[in-house]
Design a protein. Structure first.
Length: 229
């Protein structure tokens, strides 16, 4: 509960900072001409702020968990709750997003990420689900991260999702920084993203299968049965 409360409070801070920044550069809605206007020193500060934000969320997970898997679990919960609440808090602050299909600049590291609000929200939901399972059902952590059969497709899904978010930036990057700042994507690659999302769902589906399997077995065999691994 403390992790969730921290994530909610931190999301308000994040939303407020973004509100200040977007007001400063006159970009309350990110999808418009010249979405990343050049302000002296602002880009570098923003990139470092993003990195610091990720570090803080990871630190919360490390402090809350008692082993490697639970630490990752709490970090995923913190990130997922923070991400969803960030958009929820922006609505009363700025009147945006108008819908889950509105475009947003998600991150700037290492290139600008663009995507509809729905895409990171889906990923955040997945992170919260996985984190909740491994932190609230201790015996599910016995299998670690699931081995290569789980980690390999999940890693591939993450790489595909990153590519989808940065595809337009990768395309225009050779044209220089100014082109990256002025770039506006026109189409989101939903088929490839949904494939990536399906691959990233494998850890959650694996845990849910183990839960369902354990529910049909005697309690003493839940954490040891090979059939439930």
């Amino acid at each position: 509960m403390a992790v969730v409360l921290f994530a909610v409070a931190f999301a308000w801070v994040e939303s407020a900072i973004v509100f200040y920044l977007r007001t400063m550069v006159d970009r309350l809605e990110p999808y418009q001409a010249n979405p990343l206007p050049l302000f002296a020193g602002l880009a570098g500060v923003e990139v470092i702020r993003e990195a610091a934000t990720m570090f803080m969320l990871a630190t919360v997970g490390f402090l809350a968990g008692r082993d490697r898997v639970s630490r990752w679990g709490y970090a995923m919960i913190a990130f997922g709750v923070w991400d969803i609440c960030y958009y929820l808090f922006l609505i009363p602050m700025t009147g945006w997003p108008h819908s889950l299909l509105d475009w947003d600049i998600l991150f700037l590291i290492p290139l600008p990420w663009w995507g509809p609000v729905l895409a990171p929200t889906l990923i955040a939901t997945l992170m919260i689900t996985w984190g909740t399972l491994v932190t609230q059902v201790p015996w599910l952590r016995a299998g670690g991260f699931g081995g290569a059969r789980v980690l390999l497709p999940t890693g591939l899904g993450i790489l595909l999702a990153l590519y989808v978010f940065m595809a337009d930036a990768i395309r225009v990057a050779p044209q220089g920084e100014q082109a990256l700042r002025q770039m506006l994507p026109t189409q989101f690659n939903w088929p490839l993203f949904l494939l990536a999302f399906a691959l990233m769902s494998i850890p959650v589906l694996t845990l849910l299968r183990r839960l369902r399997c354990a529910a049909s077995e005697p309690p003493l065999s839940q954490s040891t049965s090979c059939a439930c691994r």
